[in-house]
Design a protein. Sequence first.
Length: 277
Amino acid sequence: MRYTNKNNLPAPIFGAIANRQKPQIPKADMYATSLIDSPQIKRLKIEHEDEIEEDVSNMIWALIGQCTHEILEKSATEKDMVEKPFVADYYQYKVGAIIDHYSQGIHSDYKTTSVWSVIHDKGDYVKQLNVGSDILIRNGFEVKKHQNVLILRDWNKNEASRNEDYPQSQIFVKEQPLWDKVTRERYIIDRLEKHFGSNKQMDCTETERWYTGDKWAVMHNDQKKAKRVLDTKEDAEAWVDNFLGDKDKLKIIKRVGENRRCENYCSVKDFAHSIGV
């Protein structure tokens, strides 16, 4: 990967990101973070490794996340296992994971993330935890439970005080379901099949593209903001039918869905040829 500095960030910041040291990890066919993600993105990253460009201004939070992990590693006690890589065999494949923290049967994965990712959980966190826990168990460790420790970079104290559904602390600990052995193995084998199998997945799914789906906005002629945004045209028409005001001033506008990851967060989008990626 080539790093650019389009916003002319200070040299120390550019150097800290561009020269980040990757952790020493044992060889594996796939690591947990890639296993649960799009096979197409993984494949394109390998095929175009020397062509991919990433601007350092888009990687500030990744740098802060790495700093957080390093600080936690330095503060660990003798009872803690921190930032430890493991590999386990799944038939002919080796799958690896870096375990952020393990102590007395509790497996914890740390994330520096947004409040949005907590409220609109896409399910990736529980998948990654279960892959990591299965690898731990196959290496002889007992896992009683596992959890995400989420450091919320955009947490707002005022919002927390007025909204009980909003995370009530800037560090949010969320225990995740620990799948049974059969479910964990079936999921891992299914993901390996999608990456390596004879019927492997070639394109990104809507979920992997972060596709928002089409929406239908009910607009008032005298207002710029939608009165209501709904998932289907039928729901929008029903809402208009039940509107008590002047229906003649309302109109329904289709808002075409967006592939948000492709458009804003994918480093290999220039090499992808499938629709929406």
